[in-house]
Design a binder for this molecule. Structure first.
Ligand code: ATP
Ligand code: MG
Length: 564
């Protein structure tokens, strides 16, 4: 796969797998899986897990399954299944024929549950959910055994069968594994393995009214599929003894080895699905694919290339301790890739008219502009030049301070790929606003150099007024202005308090080089001196819309300094 080879660093999971292969563990096979619950869209944290699971399988000639852990019919939807599939594919991975659903195993899992009951290792418990919680104890306090723990196998089989038949209300009974109420690991204190849920499932419809818990289904699904290396985030470390216990009680085809790694946390964003759902459903963003969201669909719409995301995941590595990864690293990776691959173009975002008074009114010409100075194989393109042009408002100052080297009255600058121009006159409206500059050009400087060797300090981008195309440009910035928006949650401050009010800046009357009129949604380009941009899905023949993917430099550090 086309990633930066120099980024590849080893990590403990790669080392474990290499060792396992050398010892012929699991018959030398590597089978991994990415197991999302279809209850939301995928985000950059999931990308880390996807790159790791699919990446390891690819590297060691194994396979990676895409399995939906769809055990909770209340929160799961088909829309999420489809979005997850397309996001994984977009990232560049292929599960081939290995698309699975935990719900495919509902019959098998029920069979396993029956086996546990018959072995006296599971029982129907009729405590209320509150009582179950109370009896469970705490880290310091041992749990208390349920009065229903010693029900006979016959009674348990009868009750379970009637639970399955829909004879009871939700919460009336659950099926629990019979392990150890005094275990120091709370997950082993007779965990619930089946509960009654009177809801239709997105795949099994109304076939079931009892559903396996995630804990019961997850490890056993891995074992049913023959997963060899079950890569999970750290929060499942304490669940591993339970998963192993289940697999040891019933005759599964294989015994997966679970390895935990630290989740990705990133600055200036939130990654919990619950919080993302809050932002979407309460209208703080436009939707799951809002370009400010660190969802895969948001990043795709924003213009992040999949290779850049994969390179980022390689760069951050895989370890066991959690930390907050700086958003700058992802932006660096995006810039790094786009710098090498994106076409350059000129675009004026806040236009100021320039009239070249000594350029004939009926004349126009084409100048040659380089498509990508990092890759001369990308060639060049013609850009039209004429008497009336636009430059950026911020590239002119009537009274320039010391270090301002761009255009000012009486000063000469270079128009990129074109000519030197000099500002002779500033035209203003009745309110004193500058509406136009009158300039003269030096025909001898065609291409941007003076034969007499005289130098200019500024080079400006520009477009020809009569040839340019109009566009809306959306300048995005970070969704939160605080690095860790959840830091004050324990003190009752909601993460939404830290939403950045300037995360979207809409510019409606931008002027682009004419060649950009043909750009289609998803196409990427560098606007010289401005940043990388991508055509939005809202774009049409009538109205071009570009999103700013990322600025050319990290301007954020500076802004923060100023505001603190
Ligand atoms: P969230 O906390 O955002 O709701 P989740 O863990 O509940 O996420 P799942 O659908 O269960 O979401 O996740 C699928 C897989 O992705 C799991 O194996 C999980 O470990 C992994 N994953 C989720 N979030 C991250 C993250 N931030 N970093 C790394 N892996 C993650
Ligand atoms: Mg989850």
């Amino acid at each position: 796969m086309d990633s930066n080879a120099d980024n590849v660093q080893s990590h403990f999971i790669r080392n474990i797998i290499e060792q396992d292969i050398s010892e012929n563990k699991h018959g030398g096979m590597v089978v991994t899986r990415f197991p999302p619950e279809p209850n939301g869209y995928l985000h950059i944290g999931h990308a880390k897990s996807i790159c790791l699971n699919f990446g390891m399988a690819e590297e060691f000639n194994g396979r990676c399954h895409l399995r939906f852990d769809d055990t909770n019919p209340l929160k799961e939807e088909e829309e999420y299944v489809e979005s997850i599939k397309s996001d994984v594919r977009w990232l560049g991975y292929d599960w081939g024929e290995h698309l699975y659903f935990a719900s495919d195993y509902f019959d098998k899992l029920y069979e396993y549950a029956l086996m546990l009951v018959k072995q006296g290792k599971a029982y129907v418990c009729s405590l209320s959910p509150e009582q179950i919680r109370e009896y469970r104890g705490t880290l310091k306090l041992a749990g208390k055994e349920s009065p229903y723990r010693e029900r006979s196998v016959e009674e348990n089989l009868d009750l379970l069968d009637r639970m399955k038949a829909g004879e009871f209300q939700e919460g009336e009974h659950v099926l629990r594994a019979k392990i150890d109420m005094a275990a120091s690991n709370l997950n082993l204190r007779d965990p619930v393995i089946y509960r009654i849920v009177n809801a239709s499932h997105h795949r099994t419809a109304d076939k079931w009214c009892i559903y396996p818990t995630y804990d019961f289904a997850h490890g056993l699904s891995d074992a049913i599929e023959g997963v060899t290396h079950s890569l999970c985030s750290m929060e499942f470390e304490d669940h591993r003894p339970l998963y192993d216990w289940f697999v040891d009680q019933v005759p599964t085809p294989s015994r997966p080895q679970q390895i935990e790694f630290a989740r990705l946390n990133m600055s200036y964003t939130v990654l919990s699905k619950r919080k993302l759902i809050d932002l979407v459903e309460n209208g703080y963003v436009e939707g799951w694919d809002d370009p400010r969201m660190m969802t895969i669909s948001g990043m795709r719409r924003r213009g992040y290339p999949p290779v850049a995301i994969r390179n980022f995941c390689e760069m951050i590595g895989v370890g066991k301790s959690e930390n907050l990864v700086d958003m700058n690293m992802l932006e660096y990776s995006v810039r790094d890739y786009l710098n090498k691959t994106a076409m350059r173009a000129m675009a004026v975002l806040r236009p100021l008219k320039v009239v070249i008074t000594n350029y004939p009114e009926d004349q126009e010409e084409e100048l040659e502009a380089i498509n990508n100075p990092e890759d001369m194989d990308m060639g060049s393109r013609p850009v039209p030049f004429s008497r009336e042009l636009y430059i950026e408002q911020t590239d002119f100052m009537e009274e320039p301070p010391k270090k301002f080297f761009r255009l000012a009255p009486g000063r000469e600058v270079r128009l990129r790929y074109a000519y030197f121009i000099k500002c002779d006159e500033v035209i203003k409206d009745d309110n004193g606003e500058i509406t136009e500059l009158r300039c003269t050009y030096d025909p001898e400087t065609r291409g941007g150099a003076a034969p007499d060797g005289r130098k200019v300090k500024g080079t400006l981008h520009w477009v020809s007024a009569g040839h340019c195309v109009n566009a809306e440009v959306r300048l995005y910035d970070r969704l939160f202005y605080k690095a860790d928006p959840t830091a004050q949650e324990k003190n009752g401050v909601d993460f939404k308090e830290y939403l950045n009010p300037d995360s979207l800046n809409l510019l409606q009357s931008c002027k682009l080089e004419p060649g950009l009129a043909d750009y289609k949604p998803g196409d990427r380009v560098q606007f010289e001196r401005q940043g990388y941009f991508c055509v939005d899905k809202d774009s049409s023949q009538d109205k071009l819309v570009f999103n700013r993917t990322v600025a050319l430099k990290d301007t954020w550090a500076k802004i923060q300094q100023k505001s603190s």
